[in-house]
Design a protein around this ligand. Structure first.
Ligand code: ISL
Ligand code: CA
Length: 529
C-alpha cells in the first residue's frame, strides 16, 4: 500500500525549527542535525515550508526563485544533501510549492514592471487599468498601482502578485519546477492555496455584499465566487498528476484548500488529481462530541466517494495553536483578534486526548512542529518584532500568525533554549524551560513521550492508518470506535469519568484510575474480540 495513504507527516516551519549556524534563524543544517529526533519521534515524512529564495515578506510564501534555496536556509547543494539524509533516516520529504503568486522580486515581476501595459511580460500576472472590488486575504484591497498607472492583483500581500494561470508560460514554468525538484528526489508537494490559482475570466467584481440574495458568508468565500474554487483549476491538477505519474508511483500531492463544501472539496481528490488535502473542517472543529463526530463522519463519507485517504490536522503555521484553542470557552479556531482567557492546563489535557484521537482515525495524521512539545500560542510579542503581513495589513486588529511560529525550545533554562546562539528571529517566552525537548525526553508523563509512544504504536499496529472505522455504542459525551476488530479508541469528552471497555489498554492520554478514564482524555485498547 502506498505510504501516503497512512503516513504520519511532520510539518517543519524551517525558520523556527532548528538553527545550525547560530544566527537565530532556523536552517537546513539545523534540520539535518535534528533528523535523529524526528526519526525517534516516529513520523514517516516531513513537509517543509517554502525554502526558496525569498524576501520573506510572508515567511517564504513569497518566492523570488523557485529553483534556489534562500541563503538564510542554506544552499541547493545543502538541500540535495538534506533530501538524501532524510531518506537515510527513513523520512520522506514533501516540499511546499507556491503557484498562486510569486514575490514581487521574482524576475518575471521585475520584467513586468519594466515592460509596457499590454506586454507579454505583464500577461504573466493580472495587470489592469483599474482595480475590481476584491479584498486581499490579509486585509485591504487586492490591488496595488504601479508608476505607469496600471494595477496588479494580489490576493495576499502587495509583495505577492498573483500569477495569471490562463497564460501558457505560467503553466509550463510550474511543470518545469515540479520536475526540477522531483529529479532531486523529493517525495511530494504541498500545494499552497490550491483552490485559488484560477480566477474567473475577466476578473468580475464580487457579488454586492449588500445584496440580500447572497448570504453574507458566501459573498467572498462560497460557490460561485470569482476568486476561488473555479472549475477550470482541476485541469491544472490533472496535468500535474500525469506529470507526477511519470515518476515512480510513490510521489504525492497534498492540497491546501479552504473549501468548505464537502462535495466541491472532494473534486480535488478524484483519482486523477491530488492524492490528499488538509482537513480544515477537523482543525476548525470545536472540542465537543457531537461536532467532532459529525466532522469525522462527513470527512470519511467525502473521502470514501473518491477513494482518497483523509488527513487529520490540529494545527499549522497559520492558526492559533490547539493547546491554546482547547483551553478556551470557545474551542473552535477563530481569527486571532485578541488574547482571550485561556486555561492552558485544560488545553494541554485536551491536546493530549486530541493527539490520540487524530492518530487513531483512518488515513494520514499531521503534526505541526511544537505540537509534540505541547507549545501554546504566544501572544505577548512586541509589535515591532511581529513579521506577519496580516498584523500590518489589518492595523493590528488581527494579531497575525507569528504567535504559532516562535522558534522551538530545544534545551536549557532560558532563551534561546538551544536555538542558535544569537537572539531568535522571534523572541521565545522566558518560561519555556519546562517545554524544551530535552526536559521532556526523559519524562514519561510529557507530551513528547506521549507522541513518541503513540506514533510508535501507530506505525506497528496493523489496525491503524488507512482503513475504516466503526462507531461503538457509548455513553453521552463519549466517542468510541473500533478500527479492525479488537482495536478500540475511546474519547471521553464528558465532565465525569467513564468506564473503559474490557481488554488491554495500550496507551492513554491521562493515567487510568482502575478501569476508569477521566474527562478530556483518550485511551487505546486491545479488546478481547
Ligand atoms: O491563514 C489562513 C487562515 O488563518 C488562510 O486563510 C490562509 O491565508 C490560506 O490558507 C493560505 O495560506 C497559505 O498561503 C498564504 C500563506 O501566507 C500561508 O502561510 C499559507 O499557508 C499565502 O501564500
Ligand atoms: Ca541559521
Amino acid at each position: 500500500m502506498s505510504w501516503w495513504r497512512s503516513a504520519a507527516i511532520y510539518q517543519v516551519y524551517l525558520r523556527s525549527f532548528a538553527d545550525g549556524n547560530g544566527d537565530g534563524i532556523g536552517d537546513l543544517a539545523g534540520l539535518e542535525q535534528r533528523l535523529p529526533y524526528l526519526r525517534d519521534l516516529g513520523v514517516d515524512a516531513l513537509w517543509i515550508a517554502p525554502w526558496y529564495v525569498s524576501p520573506m515578506a510572508d515567511g517564504g510564501y513569497d518566492v523570488a526563485d523557485y529553483r534556489m534555496i534562500d541563503p538564510s536556509f542554506g544552499s541547493l547543494a545543502g538541500a540535495e544533501h538534506f533530501i538524501g539524509a532524510a531518506h537515510e533516516h527513513g523520512l520522506r520529504v514533501i516540499i511546499d510549492i507556491v503557484p498562486n503568486h510569486t514575490s514581487d522580486e521574482h524576475v518575471w515581476f521585475q520584467e513586468a514592471l519594466r515592460a509596457a501595459p499590454g506586454s507579454p511580460e505583464r500577461a504573466r500576472y493580472h495587470f489592469r487599468d483599474s482595480p475590481n472590488n476584491w479584498p486581499s486575504r490579509f486585509g485591504g484591497p487586492a490591488w496595488t498601482q504601479v508608476p505607469d498607472g496600471q494595477w496588479y492583483l494580489h490576493l495576499f500581500d502587495a509583495k505577492q502578485p498573483d500569477l495569471n494561470w490562463e497564460n501558457p508560460q505560467v503553466r509550463a514554468e510550474f511543470k518545469s519546477i515540479l520536475r526540477f525538484w522531483l529529479d532531486r528526489g523529493v517525495d511530494g508537494f504541498r500545494i499552497d492555496v490550491a483552490d485559488r490559482l484560477v480566477k474567473q475570466h475577466g476578473l468580475p467584481d464580487k457579488a454586492d455584499p449588500g445584496n440580500p440574495d447572497v448570504p453574507p458568508a458566501y459573498v467572498y468565500e462560497g460557490p460561485g465566487a470569482p476568486d476561488k474554487d473555479r472549475p477550470e483549476v482541476h485541469e491544472i491538477f490533472r496535468s500535474w498528476r500525469r506529470l507526477l505519474n511519470e515518476y515512480d508511483g510513490e510521489r504525492t500531492f497534498v492540497g491546501e484548500m479552504w473549501v468548505r463544501d464537502p462535495d466541491r472539496f472532494a473534486l480535488y481528490l478524484r483519482p486523477d488529481e491530488l492524492h490528499t488535502a488538509f482537513n480544515f473542517a477537523f482543525l476548525r472543529c470545536a472540542w465537543e462530541p457531537a461536532a467532532l463526530r459529525e466532522v469525522i463522519d462527513q470527512t470519511l463519507e467525502t473521502h470514501r466517494k473518491v477513494a482518497a485517504p483523509p488527513t487529520w490536522v490540529l494545527s499549522n503555521h497559520d492558526v492559533t495553536r490547539h493547546v491554546t484553542r482547547y483551553g478556551r470557552e470557545d474551542t473552535r479556531f477563530t481569527k486571532r483578534v485578541h488574547d482571550v482567557p485561556t486555561d492552558l492546563e485544560l488545553g494541554t489535557r485536551r491536546a493530549r486526548a486530541a493527539a490520540l484521537l487524530s492518530m487513531a482515525l483512518p488515513g494520514n495524521v499531521y503534526v505541526y512542529q511544537g505540537d509534540e512539545l505541547g507549545l501554546p500560542e504566544v501572544f505577548d510579542l512586541p509589535d515591532e518584532v511581529r513579521q506577519d503581513p496580516v498584523f500590518r495589513r489589518t492595523g493590528g486588529r488581527d494579531l497575525g500568525r507569528d504567535g504559532c511560529r516562535v522558534p522551538l525550545p530545544w534545551e536549557g533554562e532560558e532563551p534561546p533554549f538551544g536555538f542558535g546562539s544569537d537572539g531568535t528571529w522571534l523572541p521565545q517566552p522566558e518560561d519555556w524551560q519546562g517545554l524544551t525537548a530535552a526536559s521532556q525526553a526523559d519524562d514519561a508523563g510529557s507530551m513528547l513521550a506521549l507522541y513518541r509512544l503513540a506514533l510508535r504504536i501507530r506505525r506497528h499496529e496493523p489496525a491503524l492508518g488507512d482503513g475504516k472505522l466503526r462507531w461503538l455504542p457509548s455513553e453521552e459525551g463519549v466517542l468510541a470506535f473500533e478500527r479492525d476488530p479488537g482495536f478500540v479508541c475511546l474519547v471521553n469528552l464528558s465532565d465525569s469519568p467513564v468506564r473503559v471497555p474490557a481488554g488491554t489498554p495500550l496507551l492513554a492520554s491521562t493515567e487510568l484510575a482502575g478501569d476508569e478514564l477521566g474527562p478530556d482524555a483518550t485511551v487505546w485498547i486491545h479488546t478481547e474480540a
